[in-house]
Write a protein that binds this ligand. Structure first.
Ligand SMILES: [Zn+2]
Length: 243
């Protein structure tokens, strides 16, 4: 009987897929393989001076929209995440939003417990950043259900915290969080987090940017507006009553 993810120091150390010849790969090697995959999709770029959508400058850039452009890569990465969580049967895979849905689909498809797949919507209301389930999905996240949350990129962890609270309010349990890339390496999300890449990189205010100081030209190619999935949230529809 496998132990619960939180009962070991790190779920990441437990599962080492066998490499060629049956050799077990250590975490650093696996992370390098995953980084190379993301580099091949064009989602991960290094060695430049990027203007980020936030207005900061950085020597590295990960473009969420490009992460899932290669279906066979996405399926392979989804398999790795599913394999990590397979010992803890999941009823529901919850994508943090439409953006992570392709990856979440690949994870759900590979999980032996055959979970359903739903997604949350993120956005802003008068009370700041909020998450909610579209009305069609609320019956899937309910008392006693085990939920695996899938995110593409964890930057601050705030969305994940809101989703955990939402699931727990509905009476469900979050069994873990799977993601492609965890930038918030020091944030404690109170759950087992499995990330294919766990790596933060520095970002700079333009006024204090060492790359500007070196006179490197600024790459503005990726400085477009924030994700279009972040919109003002409408309140849930009132439930229709049967006559
Ligand atoms: Zn700069």
């Amino acid at each position: 009987m496998p132990s619960h993810p939180r009962s070991t120091t790190s779920g990441r150390e437990r599962e080492s897929p066998a490499g060629p010849g049956g050799a077990r790969l250590d975490a650093g090697v696996r992370e390098k393989i995953h980084l190379d995959i993301l580099r091949r999709t064009g989602a991960y770029r290094t060695g430049d001076h990027f203007l980020l959508p936030s207005g900061h400058h950085a020597p590295e850039f990960i473009d969420k929209a490009l992460v899932t452009t290669e279906p066979s890569f996405t399926e392979g990465l989804g398999d790795v995440i599913a394999k990590n969580f397979a010992p803890w049967p999941t009823d529901v895979v919850l994508s943090t939003g439409p953006g992570a849905l392709i990856l979440a689909h690949c994870v759900a498809r590979a999980l032996p417990s055959r979970p359903v797949l739903v997604y949350a919507t993120k956005g802003f209301t008068g009370q700041g950043r909020q998450v909610r389930l579209p009305d069609e999905f609320t019956r899937y996240v309910r008392k006693g259900n085990k939920v695996l949350v899938i995110e593409d990129l964890i930057t601050t962890g705030e969305t994940i915290k809101l989703l955990i609270r939402m699931v727990e309010r509905a009476g469900g349990t979050v069994v873990g969080i799977g993601c492609l890339w965890q930038r918030a390496t020091k944030v404690d999300l109170r759950k087992d987090v499995f990330s294919l890449v766990k790596r933060d990189f520095p970002t700079y205010e333009p006024a204090n940017c060492p790359l500007c100081a070196q006179g490197l030209p600024l790459n503005v190619e990726f400085a477009r507006a924030e994700s279009p999935t972040e919109e003002p949230l409408e309140p849930p529809r009132p439930r229709r009553r049967s006559p």
